[in-house]
Design a protein around this ligand. Sequence first.
Ligand code: AN7
Length: 399
Amino acid sequence: MIRCISCNEEYDDDEIIYTCSKCGSILEVECDVEDIPRETFEGRRDNIWKYKEFLPVKYENRVSLDEGGTPFCKCDTIGDELGIDLYVKVEGSNPTGSFKDRGMSVGTTKAVDLGVDMVGCASTGNTSASLSAYAARAGLKCAVVLPDGKVALGKLAQAMFHGAKVFAIDGNFDDALETITQLALDGELYLLNSINPYRLEGQKTIGMEVVHDLGWQSPDRIILPVGNAGNISAIWKGITEFRDAGYIKDTPMMTGIQAVDSAPIANAVKAGSDEVIPVENPETIATAIRIGAPVSSLKAMRAIKESNGTAETVTDDEILDAQKYLARSEGIGVEPASAASIAGLRKLVENGVVDKGEKVVCIVTGHVLKDPNVAIDACEEPTKVSSDPNDIKSVIRNL
Ligand code: AN7
């Protein structure tokens, strides 16, 4: 069943609907799971479908590239430096290099369940990269709308290469989402942005995996970058479903990080207000989260509030610094948006919000190769040498 999160109006599973027709608010899929012992999941292949009882689509229709089951790395170098117990969940190891694959696997499966033949999305990059691959896998036609010139190179290459019809508009992500939503409401395509609640059903498996990875324990805190705010909402849904199933007792403080000039949710949290005021012209080098009007802000604010969490802003310089710090001290290469979680963690430790000794999980959402230009610009050029080993020797002896 699909339910409005504001007025509780109910809709059938097979209704193609993105917002409540009664009050206009956003929707959530209600997942009725009863009495499944957690041992059920052991011994299954380590992808999102190991939690199939919690995924409200037809398992036999599943569109999968073996997504999920991502690395969960204990990061003692950074953890010791910050005085915390740090784990990093590496979502860049998904098939197309971001966490979006979890949502697209379930979302395109729903598209197959419904019998549609065309899917679409607006995207800052990763959503389109993922959808174009899953649409190809499912044999569905696919159209994506992107903000012209503001999508990182690797993501654009993926969307084009998997065969989606790619449109670039003169506008930002928020404008692109309005355009594609109108096409969906006109019945031209099935919308697979995170306003579609089935997307979040896939992404909630991040929260489930984190507690599973920790041996059926909740961390004290989960920190992640926030753009359209689907992922923080989804992870909280996964956590609460596992709590309600009796697998864990405690829950983590959900902590969202936004870039300072694209921070409607963090601004509201810091102001102690429930009202999320859209940012007119969002900017940040972390183009993935260059979003001013998050569609899931109601769910995200609920997640932050219910979990006793918080939100913080970081500057582009702090993001780039954290990206390099994670790459060079732990060997984990992530795109700028993902590094916002580490930048935010540093800031929250500095200002005393994160306590010493806390068990913190940072979700790093996309791979470093998504945005090769930013990575290359952050580094020294390769040193040109002759093939004489002595030229290299003189350099490496001074490293
Ligand atoms: C790497 O691809 O919105 O808060 O259109 O690519 O759930 O939106 C991407 C978002 C974080 C933010 N990290 O997640 C898109 C898009 C990375 C991302 C986010 C995105 P949400």
